[in-house]
Design a protein. Structure first.
Length: 184
């Protein structure tokens, strides 16, 4: 929907720009003897165009930006499990390696040395969430797992020679009872 809207809006604006260029090119041939009336008229037209664009572009911008999902991403107010994650060459340190299906997990991600990219992959190696890990800064990633299984945490930002081996695992269980049975 938005791509179609953006395409149509782009075509309209490019058409308007083409008309403006053709108008200026046509008027450049018919040069008036006295420049003062032309300059005065040009400034008047420029003012009208500015306000017309402002009146048209502002509602279009607001319409297209209101549905962005960023503001609603942090609305989940349920109690969440907090997992502290520290990236370092070449490992991930997790405060726990277990999470539960259906419970929001808040990953607090930082780095002890260089920039890392934390990517969380499911069993089929599909990326389900990602966040940057940076020194002296903690990024927060909230994710609710919908499927149990073992998820892999991989580094997405090249961080040195053994970057490819920077892997940790997070076991996502269906319930607390399953965790107790797996510990036996």
């Amino acid at each position: 929907m938005y791509q179609t809207l953006a395409w149509q809006l782009s075509l309209i604006l490019m058409g308007a720009l083409l008309v403006a260029f053709l108008f200026v090119a046509r008027r450049a041939r018919d040069r008036a003897d006295a420049d003062a009336p032309v300059v005065s008229r040009a400034y008047r037209i420029r003012g009208i165009l500015f306000w017309a664009l402002l009146v048209v572009v502002t509602p279009v911008m607001l319409y297209t930006l209101l549905d962005l999902p960023y503001a609603s991403a942090g609305i989940d107010r349920r109690e969440s499990q907090v997992i502290e994650v520290v990236g370092k060459q070449w490992a991930w340190d997790l405060s726990t390696d277990r999470a539960s299906v259906g419970t929001p997990v808040e990953f607090r991600v930082t780095s002890a040395d260089v920039n890392h990219g934390l990517g969380i992959y499911d069993a089929d190696m599909r990326l389900v969430a990602q966040v940057m890990a940076m020194p002296d800064y903690t990024n927060t990633l909230r994710h609710t797992f919908t499927e149990p299984g073992t998820y892999k945490l991989l580094c997405l930002e090249y961080c040195g020679l053994i970057h490819h081996d920077m892997i940790a695992e997070l076991k996502v269980i269906a319930s607390v009872a399953e965790e107790e049975n797996s510990d036996d």
